[in-house]
Design a protein. Sequence first.
Length: 655
Amino acid sequence: MFGDDTWIKLFPGVFDISDGTNSFFVSDFTEVDNNVTRHLDQELSEQNWDCLILHYLGLDHIGHKGGPESPFMPVKQKEMDAIVERIYQSLQSDTLLVVLGDHGMNELGNHGGSSAGETSAALLFASKKFESLGLQNQSPLPYNNEYKYYQKIQQIDLVPTLCSLIHIPTPQNSLGVFIKEFLQLWPQNEKSSVLRENLVHYKKFEDSEVMHTDSEDVIYQYLTETQSSLTRSATNYDDVPIQIALSIMTLIAFINIVILKSNFGIHSIAILGFTLIYGLTVFGSSLIEEEHQIWWWIATLAAVVFVHKKPLNFAAILILIRVLRGWNNSGQKFVGDTVFETLDSFTFLKWLIVFLTISSVGFSLTNGGFSRISPMISFVITFTLSVSLFAYKLLFAISNGEAIPHALISFVAWTISMLQASNAQDCLVDVARMIFSIIGGTLVLRVALRLFKGESYWFMTDIHNIITFTLIMQTSSSNIGIFLVLLGLKAQIGDVFESFGSVDSKTRTAYLTIVLLVLQNLTFFSMGQTNSLNTVDLSNAYNGVKSYDLVAVGVLTFLSNFAGPIYWACAALPIMFECLGSSKDNKWGALRARWIVNSVFYTMTTLLIFGSCYAQRYHLFIWTVFSPKILYTLVWNFFMNLLVELVIVVIVYFY
């Protein structure tokens, strides 16, 4: 067995010879396949094996990094074609070659959803013995958007088919059906015995009334109908633990509501109303799939409620959230023109926006607390960080086959030569680590200025800018411009809430928290995310990583997929403490008000989401819509409402 080491982990001690490769390091397109191919000469020449498994990963990695339209895809497909041809031509006549994928991909190169592209994996059986079947299949076939070519089978049908072809017993829990086309390999008087073996296997699950028939059509009809029935009923639920968990969650939500009521009085009605508006939408599968529409509507409603008396701010906010909404195709049903696609069509404009975004964050950092100590040091830190980040994004784009402006090619070439590398790909890890080091050093230096020099000027804004640099580092080049929109929205929101002078600080913080929760979710979907696992972006999950590391890759994946929500969660600090002027002496009181609102929102919505999934546990879309929503809810609770909030506590501690 050579390739994906998942085989070795699943079946330890089974393989006489093995050479595994970690499947999670998706930045590797080449070595991961060369590690398999280098064994072919010896294995194909000796052929002293009963079964040879070659699990190539490069094509899958290219899909995750660049999608099906990646410029690396055609080259890799030709490489795989040549390998398949080489293997087939070297095989003996009684050897079976099976070429298959374990999954497909969507237009982003990911999988985990239920679209035709993701669930229609290719399967090819090749053997010199099949020439006797006289098949007249034509190739190539015209494109079919439902991926229906030749014959369609269930993936589990592979098991009994292979077992019959190599004359071994079928595993007792297999629900597969022997593939009908292979019956022609047996003499007429043996065909019924092959099918009867499949029938005997099914009799373990269900009584059969067709055990004594010789009709192939009758047997196949029974097998396929029984298979469908058994797979539908394969899900069993242990209701008691689920009901206990829901009861505990209900109690926790009730306690949080009581705390909310005791702290905010009449204002708690508005907070609960906002939570329920969103919470009740999770009972509809279409509303979960198109959740971005809900947050767009709530964001517009919030703008009307809070900003209608300030027409200039109102107009600016509506324009900015409209641009935000149109940046990507969010949701899972409808596709339209987006800012993202427009930027990809105009390379110079796209990179100009990237430059302006990085420069804007850098300019804000330059004029912060560092400038009070030394304007020169402030400029050097910001300039180094900004230029390094911009250079990295250019190198990253080139290594992934993206276009960059011709005017910047010489800058990239100079960068590569300065790093003494042969190409852009070789620079990525070192440059990424350098940027993370600069970001870390800048953060430590800013905190040190606060602790030892007492420099609190723009402390929260400086920390937020440093975090924003990190988030930009973890964002695709076409999405970086979103941060320019977010900077504008942040300024507008700070201006609006600063004008709420007649409202007490605690209530202002509560309403600000609601607005930021809305923007967290709106930005999450506007950056191309959905409630489906197939939109999890892994393209920036390996920045600065040379080999797979669970913790590092996990953190980087979270940062890249939740960059928008993290931005707004941390934006609360400069708005609360610098725009609204919350007292340092009452900083924990301001945070407490924020925590109460967050706790009510997360506990109530989590209860409703889990309740919805339990109530609809037999729904057609329970595994493709409701279950992924639970997983995302857990991520929002654990990473956003716990870990990110702990980071915010640490930041406030140093304030």
